[in-house]
Design a binder for this molecule. Structure first.
Ligand code: FMN
Length: 156
């Protein structure tokens, strides 16, 4: 899978004390347009797995190329998340935490969880979307990349 280039997302939940919690993720894909469904694969031993099971909600924040430090930060276990990485969470109402500066945010409600191996496939319906501007952060062969000049090649 390291030969498959992806974007990078932060899956956002609330920890039991109500604080925003993040997990770096790239095992993420669209599932359906009508209704709007996506899936994310979460390992059973992640904190995020437990929080999603309890809350039945999570947020998806697509990172922009200036957010590599945030991707690295949320790829570590919470006790290793040291240093002064600014994480500009926005929390409002019942929605999952949203990261300022992300390319897009989707507030998701779980509709199914399927356990396979050491991960769960979590299928969720998108209740709300907000789209920002910017250029994506990319992940390939276990490294983060900024998109070179942000200009896509024309056509498909
Ligand atoms: C680029 C990247 C993508 C990742 N994708 C996933 C993923 O899709 N699912 C997953 O369970 N862990 C993934 N991880 C690992 C988690 O980010 C990492 O285990 C994190 O510490 C989990 O935090 P938590 O246990 O507090 O939820 C990824 C890590 C990196 C660096």
């Amino acid at each position: 899978m390291s030969k498959f280039a992806t974007g990078v997302a932060i899956i956002s939940t609330l920890a039991p004390d109500g604080a925003p919690h993040g997990m770096t993720a790239n095992a993420l894909t669209s599932v359906s347009l009508e209704p709007p469904l996506l899936l994310v694969c979460i390992a059973h031993n992640r904190n995020t797995y437990g929080y999603v099971r309890v809350q039945q909600r999570f947020g998806v924040n697509f990172l922009s190329q200036g957010q590599a430090a945030i991707a690295r930060y949320f790829a570590r276990e919470p006790k290793e998340r040291l240093g002064d990485v600014a994480v500009p969470w926005q929390v409002s109402g019942a929605a999952s935490p949203r990261l300022d500066g992300a390319l897009a945010f989707m507030d998701c409600r779980v509709v199914a969880m399927h356990d396979h191996g050491d991960h769960a496939i979590v299928v969720a319906e998108v209740d709300d979307v907000s789209v920002g501007g910017g250029v994506p952060l990319l992940y390939y062969e276990r490294q983060l990349f900024a998109m070179d000049n942000g200009v896509p090649s024309p056509g498909l």
